[in-house]
Design a protein around this ligand. Structure first.
Ligand SMILES: NC(=O)c1ccc[n+]([C@@H]2O[C@H](COP(=O)([O-])OP(=O)(O)OC[C@H]3O[C@@H](n4cnc5c(N)ncnc54)[C@H](O)[C@@H]3O)[C@@H](O)[C@H]2O)c1
Length: 439
């Protein structure tokens, strides 16, 4: 990310379009949440940009403004929503079927959300096998599909009289795609689009159309999507910030809280078994082994990176880590996870830690979408481009520069995010050294 100074940050005034490929449980919970907050029907709980504070200067200065007062962010009333999906139902209809938000609240915001109807999607069944719908674009080539997505964006921008846009992928998890030659450069990627290369996923087509227009992009699913040299290069060329991958909610959020704690006390771990049941459409898609593989890789990487078995072999060399996701329709969006940790302490004595999280998947994801929209829009106005590692805080599988190890520890991620805000706003980053108070 390029270094910038406060004086070059452009104003947050203006209308912002939020582009959402995938109008499912997460997208609708996010949109309804924003509308409900605007009508005074709920609080934006879980959102760093709406509720978080930031300490500035010395502890004795007592400066702790809200982040939204410190950083020039777009206002919620300036957000306008557009989406794509393979099903034609409106935001209102999808929300009613998703059973995340209470029916009474959905009815209260009905007039705000019923007009949000998805545009036909770019979809390829070989990337999401357990799902299909009729509401799709068709064209001779992936190049044409990218052009059609671009036309949707341009039309939306004009119709809603938007000043800026941000895209967040909230579509289903695609099957695991390995990086290959077609992903390595802009030229190879564009040739691949024209020649319908099978390794260009639908999610990449949306990302390409957005980044090419200088629209900031975030990926809420674990698919490779923008995490390829071609699209990162394109983002740099078009002065566009990108971030991903895979919203860090439920079980992995807890893992990245607990694992750093155990490690900081030098407690060893023999094994960590994580199991989940969930019954929403996301769970149905993840029931396909190929989509699950993408999610599994994203979930498994976390412990390895936090515990660093190669640096701490006596504590973590033999760690056995297993993740299971079980599709169980009766639970809908109410995911339940169980974790069993076999750990050991002083002289190798064994202990166990178990935790059971009964969460609401989309309720945890919605504030992340909002924060990403506002922070990516801010990053763009601050002149940032390419990978935004400081937004790792929101992701299970953070994008980082080639050769760098991703940081998964939630508290380090939070410090990095807040220090980046301090830096961009011309304040001194905090080290928490604090010796000066004892001179
Ligand atoms: N809810 C969470 O806590 C959470 C956490 C991390 C990641 N995610 C990821 O976020 C994504 C959305 O989750 P969700 O619970 O809303 O799922 P969902 O199944 O309710 O919604 C996804 C929507 O995307 C649509 N879709 C699939 N492929 C598409 C395409 N190519 N173009 C346009 N639309 C497409 C589907 O029809 C569906 O309506 C999933 O990939 C999920 O893995 C969710």
């Amino acid at each position: 990310m390029a270094a910038v100074s406060k004086s070059v940050i452009k104003s947050a005034t203006g209308r912002v379009g939020v582009l959402l490929p995938g109008l499912g449980a997460v997208s609708t919970t996010f949109i309804i949440g924003v509308k409900a907050v605007l009508r005074g029907l709920g609080q934006p709980i879980g959102s760093l940009t709406q509720m978080g504070t930031i300490r500035l200067g010395k502890r004795t200065e007592n400066r702790r403004p809200l982040i939204q007062e410190f950083v020039p962010l777009a206002k919620l009333e300036e957000l306008h929503f557009g989406a794509w999906d393979i099903f034609p139902q409106s935001c209102y209809e999808v929300a009613k079927n998703s059973s995340v938000i209470f029916k009474e609240l959905i009815e209260e915001v009905k007039e705000d959300i019923d007009a949000i109807r998805p545009w036909p999607a770019v979809f390829d069944n070989s990337f999401v096998k357990n799902l299909d719908g009729e509401h799709k674009k068709s064209a001779k080539s992936k190049w044409d599909l990218a052009r059609m997505v671009g036309e949707d964006i341009d039309r939306f921008k004009q119709e809603k009289n938007l000043d800026r846009l941000v895209m967040v992928w909230c579509g289903s998890t695609e099957v695991l795609t390995q990086r290959q030659a077609v992903h390595e450069s802009i030229a190879a990627f564009e040739k691949g689009l024209r020649e319908n290369h099978p390794a260009i996923a639908p999610s990449m087509i949306y990302a390409y159309a957005a980044i090419k227009r200088g629209i900031p992009y975030a990926n809420g699913a674990p698919n490779l999507t923008a995490d390829i040299p071609a699209l990162i290069e394109l983002a740099k060329e078009h002065q566009t910030p990108v971030a991903g991958k895979d919203f860090k909610t439920g079980q992995t959020l807890m893992k990245t809280v607990i694992a750093p704690g155990l490690k900081s006390r030098l407690l060893g771990i023999h094994g960590w078994f994580s199991s989940n049941i969930l019954g929403n459409r996301d769970g149905e898609v993840l029931d396909d082994p190929d989509s699950f593989k993408t999610k599994e890789e994203s979930k498994l990487g976390v412990l390895e990176h936090i515990l660093e078995p190669q640096v701490n072999p006596k504590l973590y060399k033999d760690l056995y880590h297993k993740v299971r996701i079980n599709y169980y329709p009766p639970r809908g969006d109410n995911k339940e996870s169980w974790d069993n940790i076999d750990l050991f302490g002083w002289l190798g004595y064994n202990m166990q830690l178990k935790f059971n999280f009964l969460c609401k998947d989309s309720i945890l994801a919605a504030p992340i979408v909002l924060d990403l929209v506002l922070l990516l829009d801010f990053a763009k106005r601050a002149g940032m481009r390419g990978i935004q590692e400081w937004l790792s805080f929101f992701f299970k599988s953070p994008m980082v520069a080639e050769g760098l190890k991703p940081e998964h520890d939630l508290f380090i991620q939070q410090m990095k995010l807040k220090n980046t805000l301090r830096h961009l706003m011309g304040e001194t980053p905090l080290t928490h050294l604090g010796l000066e108070y004892y001179d």
